[in-house]
Design a protein around this ligand. Structure first.
Ligand SMILES: Cc1ncc(COP(=O)(O)O)c(C=O)c1O
Length: 397
């Protein structure tokens, strides 16, 4: 009889990613020949712009096939430094920059380098599903702060003040947000600063991965750009995946003002994954220096799709989408359907062959998340199928 391996307590406590689970089920249904539309993707449907690919191909041909320094080549660090200066007005030195295999990797490494059992990580909810799991992996405790449509899914100063304890170590800010698409205005961020200043033991991790995907001419603001004391306590995380349609390249980076922390992250990375892919880094430099025009074009397409999706959903009054100002998700309140997110997601997949993500893994059973990083044709067909299964409860039997 095979011997059962006892898993590590750390990993046994972690939930498998439900979003990946739905995508796998949808894929299996497709493999059976079913016409499944998936609105579950967390990645752009665009291909990486050709000139970015070309610079990686050139680097590969020119021998960029070796290890690089663990936290990125000097050249990509300079490109990251230029980017932070240009877009956020932030100044970093190379030893304060860590480039890793995606923002997810970088966030995990920062958590691992700074969190101890008993430390609390304040996570506004709904949240990107990996933050609490990463905190668990580090033995830390996530403190979820529920936000709703009433505050535009944003944390207010009083909500923040209420949850800070002596154990609070890190506050996560994610603007634009996955899953809600909420974008904090400069004033909303400024309002949090006095509370943070009163609590200097709290560091901030600002996950700005959707920074380039904002609508209506607004700009995504980094809290680090608003105040020098706060900047010194803010780890600014960003990455190539969403802005430049480079999810498969696995490139992300952070500016870490605290040099001992940056050194600890680098040391952890050096003993775990080492450097991000050498030729991906070469393409990543081109993206950071020259990719913004392409990012803008993709963003305009997402904005058009957002408007179309919200417009079409008016036909299903029990679905109340939150109007996002960024990213490429609609977070839809489904409370009036009488179902939970999981129930509705199941129904839509089984009956309508439509893959959506239940709100539960993001911290809400009253919502589903749909991605509009997909064609207008699919959005139209998806709403048609939703109309069939949600608007007419009798048809559900
Ligand atoms: C809020 C947020 N942060 C970080 C990431 C990680 O992105 P990557 O590891 O591809 O850079 C994602 C990806 O879905 C995300 O939605």
């Amino acid at each position: 009889m095979a011997h059962t391996i006892k898993l590590s307590d750390r990993v046994a406590a972690v939930k498998p990613s439900l979003t990946l689970g739905i995508a796998a089920k949808a894929k299996a249904m497709r493999a059976q020949g079913l016409d499944v539309i998936s609105l579950s993707a967390g990645e752009p449907d665009f291909d990486t712009p050709q000139f970015i690919k070309d610079s990686a191909i050139l680097a590969l041909q020119n021998g960029a096939t070796k290890y690089t320094p663990e936290t990125g080549t000097p050249e990509i660090k300079q490109a990251v430094i230029r980017k932070f200066k240009r877009d956020q007005g932030l100044t970093f030195e190379p030893e304060q920059v860590v480039v890793g295999c995606g923002a997810k990797h970088v966030i995990f490494n920062v958590f691992y380098a700074m969190l101890n059992p008993g430390d609390e990580v304040i996570i506004p909810s709904p949240f990107w599903l990996s933050y609490p799991e990463m905190a668990i992996l580090c033995g830390a405790k996530s403190v979820l702060v529920e936000t709703t449509e009433t505050t535009g899914f944003k944390l207010t100063p009083s909500m923040l003040e209420k949850v800070i304890t002596p154990q609070s170590k890190l506050l996560i800010l994610n603007s634009p947000s996955n899953p809600t698409g909420a974008v904090y205005s400069e004033n909303e961020l400024r309002a949090l600063i006095p509370v943070l200043k009163k609590n200097p033991h709290v560091q901030i991790l600002s996950d700005e991965i959707y920074e380039k995907l904002v609508f209506g001419g607004i700009k995504a603001v980094s809290i680090a750009s608003l105040d020098s004391e706060i900047a010194a306590r803010t780890i600014v995380v960003n990455g190539h995946s969403k802005a430049y349609a480079m999810t498969g390249w696995r490139l992300g980076y952070a500016g870490i003002p605290d040099k001992p922390l940056a050194k600890a992250v680098a040391s952890f990375q050096s003993h775990s994954t080492s450097n991000p892919n050498s030729f991906a880094q070469a393409g990543g430099i081109t993206a950071l220096d020259l990719g913004d025009e392409e990012a803008k074009k993709m963003c305009a397409v997402y904005e058009k799709r957002r408007d179309l999706f919200i417009h079409l959903l008016k036909a299903i009054p029990s679905l109340k989408p939150f109007r996002p100002e960024g990213a490429f998700y609609l977070f839809i309140n489904i409370a009036e359907t009488g179902m939970t997110g999981l129930q509705l997601a199941d129904l839509l997949l089984e009956k309508a062959h439509l893959a959506v993500v239940p709100g539960e893994p993001f911290g809400s059973s009253k919502h589903i998340r749909v991605s509009y990083a997909t064609s207008e044709k699919d959005i139209e067909e998806a709403v048609r199928r939703m109309t069939q299964w949600i608007k007419q409860p009798a048809a559900r039997a």
